[in-house]
Design a protein around this ligand. Structure first.
Ligand code: ADP
Length: 167
């Protein structure tokens, strides 16, 4: 069975990676699909995020990384996936995730959403938290894959230099 794990992954965190690793044990193939979302201004481009996820998941043989735009169920159907994976961190995620799962079910009744609860050490973790810490040069090595920690540091170093020049 093929599963699609859709999200922004801006950037991928160890929480996402934990979900991907566990999904990899459950499904024949897991497609991590980066949403091209015109409503969000991302930190990293879609191609940067694809490259980051590809590097971070290279130890998992049945993972594929892709991007998509439009409806998730349309993309899943195109990929012959019967399952959408979402992570649940806390009760606060539940309401929106349930609403999304129900909506997707009305759009395509053949596609199931399966929720994986996060490991408790990552239950507080989000891409936004990581970006906030990185912006202020805080430690992020325990929160994101190594290649992402490097990319974040480089991004904010360049930004600090640009700001210093424009001061
Ligand atoms: P989106 O913008 O679609 O919420 P995210 O990249 O923030 O995209 O999240 C993608 C999926 O990963 C969501 O199902 C989210 O609940 C889940 N997720 C986010 N952070 C974590 C984490 N720390 N541990 C496990 N799952 C997570």
């Amino acid at each position: 069975m093929i599963a699609v794990y859709p999200g922004s992954f801006d950037p991928i965190t160890l929480g996402h990676l934990d979900v991907i690793e566990r999904a990899g044990l459950l499904f024949e193939r897991v497609i991590v699909a980066v949403l091209r979302n015109p409503n969000k201004v991302p930190l990293f481009t879609v191609s940067d995020r694809i490259a980051q996820i590809t590097t971070a998941t290279k130890h998992i043989p049945n993972v594929q990384v892709d991007s998509f735009s439009g409806l998730t169920v349309t993309y899943a159907k195109q990929k012959k996936a019967a399952v959408l994976i979402r992570g649940l961190r806390a009760v606060s995620d539940f309401e929106l995730e349930l609403q999304m799962a129900h909506t997707n079910k009305t759009l395509d009744e053949n596609i199931e959403t399966i929720f994986l609860s996060t490991s408790k050490e990552y239950s507080f973790l989000s891409s936004s938290v990581v970006k906030e810490i990185a912006k202020f040069s805080g430690p992020i090595e325990h929160l994101v894959p190594q290649n992402v920690a490097i990319a974040l540091k480089n991004h904010f170093k360049d930004l600090a230099q640009d700001l210093a020049v424009s001061d």
